[in-house]
Design a protein around this ligand. Structure first.
Ligand code: SF4
Length: 189
């Protein structure tokens, strides 16, 4: 399973590929060491899903582990509404939807489909405003781009793959206190 990419890391890879390396180094350590405020709140918003308390509908699937052999992905979905064939990802707050977050939703969809579930629509659900934000299903061209993105992810080698440091990102990065690429603290400390 080592070649499988965790769906939850796709958005982080777009934010900064080096953060995936740091995540892999520190994921075995005490989570309190590096969890900054936004991530802690994000984890809390997933609590009800992970403990399967967010829905009582018999046809809903909550927090289901999913995988795709075709795309080499593994992870978990938030909510799949069986009656509507709707896949939902909950976020505490969504001021803006990033491409990586859409990739994560597509990845969940591809896994579900490979596991035999039909998905007819996608959406984010913003907990803080109680709003549902629909997301388009990927086109064939979108899926080609997504596959190319997964290849870039697999090919990334922190020792040799060049990347450009963005100080503004470092200031908003939960790993900045642990990162050897910057001496700056993040804004959450
Ligand atoms: S601190 Fe900067 S370079 Fe290091 S992982 Fe975060 S964004 Fe990337």
């Amino acid at each position: 399973m080592s070649d499988y990419i965790a769906i939850s890391t796709l958005n982080d890879f777009i934010f900064c590929p080096y953060s995936i390396y740091l995540h892999n180094v520190y994921m075995e350590t005490d989570e309190m060491m590096y969890h900054a405020t936004p991530q802690t709140r994000g984890k809390a918003s997933h609590y009800t899903i992970d403990h399967k308390t967010a829905s009582h509908r018999a046809d809903d699937l909550l927090s289901l582990p999913v995988y795709s052999d075709v795309y080499g992905l593994m992870g978990k979905i938030d909510v799949y509404r069986g009656k509507e064939k709707l896949l939902i990802e909950r976020k505490y707050q969504l001021k803006q939807i990033f491409q990586g977050q859409i990739y994560q939703l597509w990845a969940q969809m591809l896994c579900l489909q490979e596991m035999g579930y039909e998905v007819q629509s996608l959406a984010f659900y913003e907990i803080s405003t109680n709003k549902k934000l629909p997301v388009a299903l990927p086109t064939a061209q979108d899926l080609l781009q997504f596959q190319a993105f997964l290849q870039r992810f697999r090919n990334f080698d922190p020792a040799v793959t060049p990347f450009t440091l963005n100080p503004n990102k470092c200031h908003h990065c939960i790993y900045s206190n642990l990162c050897d690429k910057t001496n700056d603290d993040n804004v959450y400390t």
